[in-house]
Design a protein around this ligand. Structure first.
Ligand code: UD1
Ligand code: UDP
Length: 374
């Protein structure tokens, strides 16, 4: 009699998790030796729906957890009960989680409670600062405690885990799956998403800002800096697709809403956003994913944070950490806007995050795990 195929569940809840799990789901579904279960916590609603629609991902279990301005307490307590229901119904043989969100952490913890092996996609990123980023640094450390397989984007990520005593046989350096998705999108012919934005003779500066540890004063300082830059450079068009978090929406509209050369937009379709990144003169961001993507597209990035768990692009010279002080952000942006040689130097560095084949490597390691398991 034919034995049952291992059932691999993949969970995501936020926009970046879905973007980075798309190639993993596709690679799993291409393997006849495995069955795949797609689980969404719905931690994000609209921003997740955009991605699922774009990549035609069919969700088997939708938990639909998002609440407006949700607290970590409520989201976490609802998630753990919802995971129990999924595991009781389908009893997967492995759960793959991605990154460091509440979805990823509660997925890993719930799987541990169910004695279900955990594979961690994007493992080994660290700032070693408990509150930066908040709560992600602790989320990823706790996921490591639950993980049976660790898929590290870079050698540096693997070394972080070895230093923490994680067994080497669980570690696989794969590259970041976000680069798999990016190369897929960047290779497609896609129209410029803002046809009414006339960029003739203009330079476009693209912004994304959303991190919890920046809420309040740091975010206000960031927005004041962006305002100052836009007012000082009339030949610059600032485009900012604003994250739907109300803690971001409100100050963004208040501080940036009335500046003529700042365009506040809705969160963009992924393909639209990739097109915008590739057209950008400069990107200012606190996003993890954008820090990884921009080097592949050759666009310089100023990171609006004091620390990063992604030192590779800083070392490669394509990303600069500028913090959240208004004068530092303005000074560094001015440097790149005034000195084309300096800007090109940043844009020309290479991409340290992978070759676009991370997902097939992950699936090979998952298969080997089941073959080795008695
Ligand atoms: C979450 C992740 C963060 C990740 C980010 C990506 C945690 C703790 N944080 O942060 O690691 O970098 O996603 O974007 O897991 N909202 C909507 N519609 C949406 C999405 C969000 O209205 O489609 C609003 C809701 O009011 C929601 C709020 O944003 O309550 C916050 O969402 P949440 O997932 O808790 O935090 P993020 O700041 O998005
Ligand atoms: N992104 C997008 N539309 C936008 C802004 C960003 O599709 O309007 C993509 C971006 O290319 C990257 C991901 O969303 O792949 C980053 O998500 P986010 O900044 O929400 O989270 P983080 O990367 O900080 O966890």
């Amino acid at each position: 009699m034919e034995s049952k195929k291992p059932l691999v569940a993949v969970v995501f809840g936020t926009r970046p998790e879905a973007i980075k799990m798309v190639p993993v789901i596709r690679a799993l579904q291409a393997r006849p030796e495995l069955s795949t279960l797609v689980v969404s916590t719905g931690q994000h609603k609209q921003m997740l729906a955009q991605i699922l629609e774009r990549f035609r991902i069919r969700v088997d279990h939708e938990m639909d957890l998002m609440e407006p301005d949700q607290s970590l307490y409520r989201l976490s307590s609802k998630a753990i009960a919802a995971f129990e229901q999924v595991f009781l119904k389908d009893r997967p043989d492995m759960l793959l989680v991605q990154g460091d969100t509440t979805t990823a952490f509660l997925g890993a913890l719930s799987a541990f409670y169910g004695k279900i092996p955990v594979g961690h996609v994007e493992a080994g990123l660290r700032t070693n600062d408990k509150y930066f980023p908040f709560p992600e640094e602790i989320n990823r450390r706790l996921i490591t405690c639950c993980a049976d397989l660790n898929f590290c984007p870079t050698l540096g990520n693997k070394e972080n885990l070895l230093r923490e005593g994680v067994p080497e046989k669980t570690l696989h350096v794969t590259g970041n799956t976000g680069i798999d998705t990016l190369l897929l999108a960047a290779g497609m012919d896609h129209p410029f998403p803002l046809p009414d934005l006339d960029l003739k003779g203009k330079r476009m500066v693209l912004i994304t800002v959303h991190r919890r540890e920046s809420f309040g004063e740091p975010m206000e300082r960031i927005f004041s800096a962006i305002r100052e830059i836009a007012l000082a450079y009339p030949d610059v068009e600032v485009v900012y697709p604003v994250h739907l978090n109300p803690n971001v929406q409100k100050p963004a509209r208040e501080i940036l809403g009335t500046v003529p050369n700042i365009r506040l937009a809705a969160p963009m379709d992924y393909f639209d956003f990739v097109r915008m990144m590739s057209k950008a003169h400069l990107i200012l961001t606190d996003s993890g994913g954008v820090q990884e993507e921009a080097p592949t597209l050759g666009v310089p990035v100023l990171v609006l944070r004091n620390e990063t768990e992604r030192p590779e692009a800083v070392e490669a010279g394509t990303v600069r950490l500028v913090g959240t002080r208004r004068e530092d952000i303005v000074r560094e942006a001015r440097l790149l806007l005034d000195d084309e040689g300096e800007r090109r130097k940043l844009g020309n560095a290479s991409n340290p995050y992978g070759d676009g084949k991370a997902a097939p490597r992950i699936v090979e390691a998952v298969l080997r795990y089941f073959q080795a398991d008695p």
